[in-house]
Design a protein around this ligand. Structure first.
Ligand SMILES: C[S@@+](CC[C@H](N)C(=O)[O-])C[C@H]1O[C@@H](n2cnc3c(N)ncnc32)[C@H](O)[C@@H]1O
Length: 321
């Protein structure tokens, strides 16, 4: 027995899930995976917007290539499995193309069934000047069949009014809610940009989101975690075909799921592997799932109308407020 084995054993007991990040091209590597291996494929694919890891091309060409990948993803998804496709907009010369509209048609054409179009809303981001500022992206949740894993009780959230009772009918006077919490519904408010400069001035809020790395469009672990808990069981296999810095891997390992991530950029893969290591060794800072989003109190300096605006159109005598 090697000297390090006892420690490895302890880690394996604490985190029994298997995980592997693979360096390479998604389409090529998918070909090597067996049919129906994964109960969940979850990812945020490249959006074709010219990020540092992609070459922008026509939307038609981009979608054609993505369809080849999607066919393979469907093949490796189990019959009780799901595909969650997290996308925003492709923008060309100021014109917006909502990618989920295009992707919906591809998945539908290949026989998948949409269960939810989840709106992931975040409060901060870039301010647009020629259109309204974008503050949401979507997750298309598809299943392969009608017999799919869905563990609602594992993702319930605290009810806003737990003391609410039926006020008429045969159950009058009884509590109307579920003691396990309520269904989180299909609009999720999850912080992406705690680290953005708008928040830097708010007292008592960390200037950095605990998960931020150098990746330009990393998604929060909390976002993936809800899908993993609801759509897979302990021991299920999860695949992220565009794994970036490994957010899906972390959410999977943390919840005793097995995970494979594919990423073509070595620098992101290295960060992902370091994050996984840090998680296993108890060093990684993650924003806890369902942690309420900080809202400043009316008395906080940041929430007060500044003196310079007191007489302006919104707040002055003729204003609406
Ligand atoms: C939107 S990011 C995903 C970020 C990830 N969700 C996270 O939280 O870190 C898309 C990722 O796909 C990778 N990628 C793009 N094309 C790829 C390809 N053909 N094969 C493998 N990875 C690719 C990019 O390098 C990038 O890291």
């Amino acid at each position: 027995m090697k000297a390090e084995e006892p420690i490895a054993e302890i880690i394996a007991q604490l985190f029994p899930a298997k995980d592997q990040m693979i360096l390479g091209d998604t389409f090529r590597l998918l070909k090597t995976f067996e049919d129906q291996k994964f109960d969940l494929v979850i990812t945020s694919p490249p959006y074709n917007v010219g990020k540092e890891y992609e070459t922008k091309q026509s939307i038609e060409k981009y979608l054609e290539q993505q369809e080849d990948v999607i066919e393979e993803l469907i093949r490796v998804t189990s019959d009780q499995g799901s595909i969650c496709w997290q996308v925003g907009n492709y923008v060309d010369k100021g014109e917006v193309f909502p990618l989920d509209i295009f992707y919906y048609q591809i998945f539908k054409k290949h026989g998948l069934k949409l269960r939810n179009r989840i709106i992931w809303h975040f409060g901060h981001g870039l301010h647009a000047s020629n259109r309204f500022s974008g503050r949401y992206e979507t997750i298309l949740w598809f299943t392969k069949t009608n017999d799919y894993i869905f563990n609602l009780d594992d993702v319930r959230v605290p009810a806003k009014y737990p003391g609410k009772r039926h006020f008429k009918g045969p159950r009058k006077g009884e509590l109307s809610g579920n003691p396990k919490g309520k269904n989180p519904a299909d609009i999720w408010e999850i912080v992406i940009h705690d680290w953005e400069k708008e928040l830097w001035d708010i007292p008592n809020v960390k200037s950095n989101h605990p998960e931020k790395t150098e990746h330009p469009c990393q998604y929060p672990v909390e976002l993936v975690e809800r899908c993993i808990l609801a759509l897979t069981n302990e021991g299920s296999w999860v695949l992220d075909p565009y794994a970036g810095v490994g957010s899906t891997m972390l959410a999977s390992i943390k919840n005793n799921r097995n995970a494979i991530g594919i990423e073509k950029e070595k620098r992101y893969l290295d960060i992902a592997e370091q994050r996984v290591k840090d998680l296993k060794e108890g060093r990684l800072k993650l924003r806890p799932i369902n942690k309420p989003i900080h809202t400043p109190k009316a008395t906080d300096k940041i929430a007060k109308i500044p003196d310079e605006w007191q007489e302006g159109p919104l707040f002055g005598e003729n204003g609406k407020n």
